[in-house]
Design a protein around this ligand. Structure first.
Ligand SMILES: Nc1ncnc2c1ncn2[C@@H]1O[C@H](COP(=O)(O)OP(=O)(O)OP(=O)(O)O)[C@@H](O)[C@H]1O
Ligand SMILES: [Mg+2]
Length: 319
């Protein structure tokens, strides 16, 4: 069913270095959210804070009525069971084969028999297309297979919330397309709350219900996909359209001279908003909204050509 994550006034620093401050957003139950942001803006730190691996300086993260930033260790342990996490590097145990890696959370957190564990592990391995690779060590398989094994492991406890830290980094475009489809199909099937950190603009434009952008030590914007994809806000516009013109420079912020030089430049028009990727397994997604609904309800004219079947193909996210 999924549960929501209510984040209020979250602030995190390491020593004197502020990573981000006053971050507030609700990750809605059962929906897919993507979090974007230049490298080093603290996306991975945010995910680690959401599962209580890092403690914020201030603020709260409330899940099922429990603030995981201030709760007792034993409550945190219980809340963590709601999560499945796909870490940035897969985080597989190098000396264990894939089967044992995927079985690990079941052996650690449940009293299931080995026969029951086998059923769950094989079901999840099948889901991510890894049947036959159970005996391989993480070092013996490709990066894409490691990601999928990490995903299988993230799913074995039937999580209510799944966090993905760059599931598509290092994957070729075809595998990224398959992985995105797998994410959408999984969301339809298990109805959990998904939060995905990615650098892939095409993923961000076609997969989620909501998009957030971390920039310059704060949450620049968070909201429905159509809101950000039609936004003229300079940072959002620049990031979601992978442009050089805009406030973001090579080292985060451009200086005043660079910005002044760009002041009179014409920006290219916003590209059409592609259709959201549909589940391929015939199961409708509970949280999916009809194309253009947010724009209509908010009196926003989407860029010309938006929501056409062809725009999915142009975006590279089609079948
Ligand atoms: N445990 C830690 N101790 C001190 N500083 C840390 C720690 N973890 C992360 N940082 C710092 O926090 C900042 C944000 O790191 P983070 O890994 O969250 O970035 P990111 O947005 O995920 O970047 P990327 O897109 O490259 O993965 C970086 O400056 C990093 O050096
Ligand atoms: Mg990261």
């Amino acid at each position: 069913m999924g549960v929501d994550i209510k984040i209020e006034g979250l602030t995190k620093s390491f020593g004197k270095q502020l990573i981000w401050g006053d971050v507030s957003l609700t990750v809605p139950a059962g929906e897919i959210c993507v979090m974007l942001g230049p490298s080093g803006t603290g996306k991975s730190v945010l995910l680690k804070t959401l599962i209580g691996l890092l403690k914020p300086d201030r603020g709260s993260v409330v899940i099922e009525g429990v603030d995981i930033c201030s709760c007792a260790e034993k409550d945190l342990y219980e809340i963590r069971k709601l999560f499945g996490v796909l870490f940035q590097d897969g985080a597989m145990f190098g000396s264990m084969n894939l089967y044992d890696n995927v079985a690990f959370p079941l052996r650690e957190h449940t009293k299931k028999s080995e026969a029951d564990i086998r059923k769950v592990v094989m079901e999840k391995m099948d889901l991510v297309g890894l049947i036959g690779a159970e005996d391989k060590l993480p070092g013996e398989i490709s990066g894409g297979m490691r990601k999928r094994a990490g995903l299988a492991r993230a799913l074995v406890l039937d999580p209510e919330i799944v966090l993905f830290d760059e599931p598509d980094s290092g994957l070729d475009p075809v595998r990224t397309a398959f992985l995105n489809q797998l994410i959408v199909d999984l969301n339809a099937q298990i109805d959990a709350t998904f939060l995905i950190v990615t650098h892939d603009i095409n993923t961000a434009r076609t997969v989620p219900d909501n998009i957030g952008l971390l920039y310059h030590k704060h949450l620049a914007m968070f909201g429905p996909r159509e809101m950000l994809l039609s936004s003229e806000e300079p940072v959002v516009r620049q990031f979601l359209n992978a442009q050089r013109v805009g406030p973001i420079g090579m080292s985060e912020e451009k200086d005043a001279d660079q910005l002044a030089a760009e002041k009179d430049m014409d920006l290219p028009p916003l590209p059409p908003i592609a259709l959201q990727l549909d589940p391929s397994n015939g199961i409708p997604r509970r949280s999916q909204r009809p194309p253009g609904e947010w724009c209509r309800e908010n009196g926003v004219t989407p860029p010309p050509g938006s929501f056409l079947q062809d725009s999915v193909l142009a975006g590279g996210a089609g079948a």
